[in-house]
Design a protein around this ligand. Sequence first.
Ligand code: MN
Length: 250
Amino acid sequence: MRILISNDDGILAEGITVLRKALEEIAEVFVIAPDRERSATGHKITMHRPLRIKELDADAGQCRCWAVDGTPADCVKLGLEALLPEPPDLVVSGINGGPNLGIDVLYSGTVSAAIEGIINDIPSVAISLASYHDSDFSHAGSFVKELICRAGRYLPARTLLNINVPPGLPRGARVTRLCNRRYINVFEKRTDPRGRTYFWMAGEPLDLDADDPETDVCAVKNQYVSVTPVSFDLTDYRIIDDLKKWLATK
Ligand code: MN
């Protein structure tokens, strides 16, 4: 099996190193990742300037690694179209430092790297350690390795698995749906040294269905690994028939 690894925390992040070492045990691995942190860049791509790449030595020299001065989506695009000798069987993105729950999947560079995989019909996995304080990626690494061993060859081409691993030892895994998350208290209004107002975006998540055991946020809160199948068809099928009627009356 051939696996393309990327992330949004940058090629030097601890999480991507743990992921690479875990997957090297079971597959031929290529790493293509941003040369610096690109968290919360969503599906941004770079079109108005060139992309520069730099090949790096992974410490054991077992796999090829490239740092790119672009976004996670750029990295996967480059891998699929320009850098890999053959298409990968799987794209795996992470291990992100911090959760990617609910609506986070739209803002997340980690998840966007995986979305770029499924846009190109390559089954993909995004994996995050759901904590900003814990830096022990080992359980996440062994979980994703085990999952790929068991199910890697069966994953559908246009679905990604969005995985969130709780900090500490997980009690097991749950298949979940994305929670209904939004952010509140987002902007901090401040004044700069010249007396001008500026805003700094931060905010805290408000999860409206955090107690629903079907949700990703509930699984992680209860110390389970959350595995959510995600696809990118954003069409709202529920309204199509009504919309047809409304437009036909014009
Ligand atoms: Mn990140």
